[in-house]
Design a protein around this ligand. Sequence first.
Ligand code: GMT
Length: 373
Amino acid sequence: MKIGINCFPTVGGSGIVATQLAIELAKKGHDIHLISYDTPFLLRTSRHPNITLDLVDILSYPLFRDIGAPYTILAASKLVNIVKKWDLDLLHIHYAIPVGVSAYIAKNITKIPVGITAHGSDIHTLGVDPAYNPVISHVFENVDGLSTVSDYLKGEIEAKFSAKNDIEVLYNPIDTEKYRKIDVQLCDFRIKYEKNFVHVSNFRPIKNAPFIVESFAEIVKNYPEVGLIMVGEGPERKKCEDIANKLGIREHVSFQGVRTSITPIYNCGSALLSASTNESFGLTIAEAMSCESPVIAPNVGGIPEVLDHKINGFIYELGNKTEFVEYMSALLDDENLVKKMGEKGRRKVIEKFESSKIADKYVEWYSKTLDKL
Ligand code: GMT
C-alpha cells in the first residue's frame, strides 16, 4: 500500500508511535510517506528506504504575528500535493488536532480515504473543550476510520464526541528488540547508586512529576543509598529540581534531559515510576516493561490495560503517597520480586504490544476501512 502518515516530530508518544508504525510497515514492504514539519524523533537515528519524509512548509506572514502561521491550511495543502503526486491509497493521521482537520479538507479535495488515530490529550484535555469539540466531532463523523490507543480512550470518544464510525482500539507498538534487558555496565552515564527508580516524561503538569520527587524523599529517609533518575525535559522539570533541593535529596536525583536511547536507563531501575493524572495508554510504561523493569503507576486512564497490579508492577490510587512509597519499598526489599515482575512484564509486552504484531493489526484496520468505501 502507499500510505501517508502524519505525526508530530517531537519526542511525545504520538510521534513515536506513528514513526515506529511507519518503520514496521516499511519493513513489511509498504511505501510510506511520513509527513511532519520537522524530522520525527525516531527518524533522526535511523531510516528505511521505503520511507520518504515530506515536510510541511511553515510560511509565515506579518499579519499572522499574533496567531501563528495557519498550520491547518499549510498541512492540508501539503497533504493534497502529496496525495496527488504519489497517488496514495490512504492518509493516516496521528493526533486529531490540528492535522485531523487538515486531512478532512484534503479528503474533500482529493477523495483520499482518511483514518485518524486519537492518542490522548487531543481527546481528554483539548478535544473535550468547546473551543475544539464541534469541529473535531464533525471530522470524526466524516472521516473513513477512527482508531485509538486504549479501551479507556475509546469510551471517552464515544461519551464526549459524535463519531458514527466504529472505533478500533490499537495499542502502542513497542520495539522489543530495542527495549530489552541489557547489562547495566553498558550504561553510558555514571550511576551513583546501585538501586534506582526511573521517571521518563515530558514534565508537563499532567505527568505530575513533582509528586514523584516528594514521594521519593520519603524513601531516602529509610534507604539512604537509592537514586532517582529523571529523563526528559519540560515545564515542571525545574520545579522537580527545586523540590529535590528543598527536601535535601538533590544529590540522589539525576536529571538526564532528553535521551535518544533510554534502554540503559530503564535497565538501571528497580521500577519505572509514573504519577500521571491521566494517561490514555502510557508508552513509557510498556517500554520499561519490555526492558524487564517493574512499573509503579496510578489507577488512571488506560494504565490498567497495560499494567497488571501485583503481576508486572503495582497500581496505586492517584495521589496516595503512602501506597506509592509502600510499593517502592517492597521492590527495594526484594530483588527476586523485581526480577519476577520484570520477566512477566516483558512477556506481556511481547504478547500484546510487540511492534510488528501491532503493525499487522493496523494493516487489517486499513483494509477494513478501505473495504467499507
Ligand atoms: O496526550 C499527550 O499528552 C501526548 C500524547 C502524544 O501525542 O505525545 O501522548 C499520548 O499518546 C501516547 C501514544 O499513544 C500514549 O501512550 C500516552 O499515554 C498519551 N498521553 C496521555 O494520555 C497523557
